[in-house]
Write a protein that binds this ligand. Structure first.
Ligand code: PEP
Length: 266
């Protein structure tokens, strides 16, 4: 079901605007980031309150974000976090360290972490708790593979992934997360879910959230997977789509801004 077009709203919660978050993955350099930030920060699109833009960058660039973006409407975050608080865990980065750089978001449970690093639902839960503990917002990613979709298991898969987190959080904690539905078959492939496919899964996820209470029902559910300027508006128009998690298209200012602009309509 398509939602009514909203010109602008200052209300809190889902109605406050589309959350458009770039996931830079393993991309960027100080000089390239500088150019990208300059282009984004001087755009009138990002001054509009009806879109809430953010970027999730590799850890070494958090200092640059802090210097360049703090106080701007472009908020920032990380793409992963340690499940541990501190200690002898070589190579890990703790949530408290990320928070020290003024980060707002941390992506947890991205399918590339689940796939290439064997991250279990239990690990995703542990990371979510670490992020919440230090006052940041976890973006909890869920999504099915093509084989799972073809077997008709999409609902089951995303329910297991989301409930593994939701069931262990208090309602107050659960109300502070963001969920990203990212079908694995759509990530980086150029084949986004149709708006109807996305809405079906988002409505299912909304039902799981609603079961945890009214405050949790207001949690934003983002769509991710080959979102581009030419399909963003159609996806944002869906009742239960509250924004996007953007990979490839977040690396070019004109593409990211075009997606943000599409978000202004809803
Ligand atoms: C992602 O990896 O989170 C993603 C959505 O990637 P892409 O937009 O490139 O499909």
């Amino acid at each position: 079901m398509a939602k009514a077009v909203m010109v602008q709203s200052t209300a809190l919660g889902r109605s406050a605007g589309q959350l458009v978050i770039g996931n830079w993955k393993l991309h960027g350099s100080l000089i390239d980031n500088q150019r990208l930030f300059d282009a984004l920060l001087c755009s009138p699109v990002l001054t509009r309150m009806a879109v809430l833009p953010a970027v999730c960058v590799p850890f070494p660039f958090l200092a640059q974000c802090q210097k360049k973006l703090q106080g701007s409407r472009l908020v920032y975050g990380a793409q992963d976090v340690s499940a541990e608080k501190s200690g002898a865990f070589t190579g890990e980065v703790a949530a408290s360290m990320i928070a020290e750089f003024g980060a707002h978001y941390v992506i947890v449970g991205h399918s590339e972490r689940r796939m290439y690093h064997g991250e279990s639902d239990a690990k995703v839960l542990a990371k979510t708790l670490r992020v919440l503990d230090v006052g940041m917002t976890p973006i909890v990613c869920v999504g099915e593979t093509l084989a799972e979709r073809d077997c008709g298991d999409t609902g089951l898969v995303v329910s297991c992934q989301l409930n593994a987190v939701l069931d262990m959080l208090s309602p107050e904690q659960a109300a502070r997360i963001v969920v990203a539905y990212e079908p694995v078959w759509a990530i980086g492939t150029g084949y986004a879910a149709t708006s109807a496919q996305a809405q079906e899964v988002h409505a299912h996820l909304r039902g799981l959230l609603r079961a945890k209470g009214e405050a949790v029902a207001q949690v934003r559910v983002l769509y991710g997977g080959s979102m581009r300027s030419d399909n963003a508006a159609e996806l944002f128009a869906m009742e239960d789509v509250d924004g996007g998690l953007i990979g490839g298209a977040a690396l070019k200012s004109e593409d990211f801004l075009a997606i943000c602009e599409a978000g202004l309509l809803f």
